[in-house]
Design a protein around this ligand. Structure first.
Ligand code: FES
Length: 108
């Protein structure tokens, strides 16, 4: 198996704390979130309906879907409660200098 390939998602300096940034990597919509001193990458589409998670609020390492209020853990993608029951894919992130690199070929 080949190693996960990372692509540049954004610059670290462009990310504001708790303000998700939506990017598209290899055709995959991804919300990149800087919070609590770390950067996370989570699929931008809620597992409940076709809603962009990057338009939601970030709190306690979770991103909230604005439509029906399920929150997803940025580390695992798991929903904290209904109506969503399925997790959202999360992706490995690497920081190199000011570059935020994300691998959408490998779910973490
Ligand atoms: S669309 Fe996200 S919780 Fe319903």
């Amino acid at each position: 198996m080949s190693a996960a390939s990372y692509v540049r998602a954004t610059a670290l300096s462009e990310l504001e704390d708790d303000t998700p940034k939506r990017v598209e990597l290899d055709g995959v919509p991804v919300a990149v979130v800087r919070t609590e001193g770390q950067v996370f990458a989570i699929n931008d589409i809620c597992s409940h309906a076709n809603v962009s998670l990057s338009e939601g609020e970030v709190e306690d390492c979770q991103i909230e879907c604005w439509l029906h209020g399920s929150s997803f853990d940025l580390r695992s993608g798991k929903p904290s409660g209904p109506p969503a029951t399925r997790p959202v894919p999360v992706y490995p992130v690497k920081i190199e200098g000011d570059d935020v690199l994300v691998s959408v070929t490998q779910e973490s």
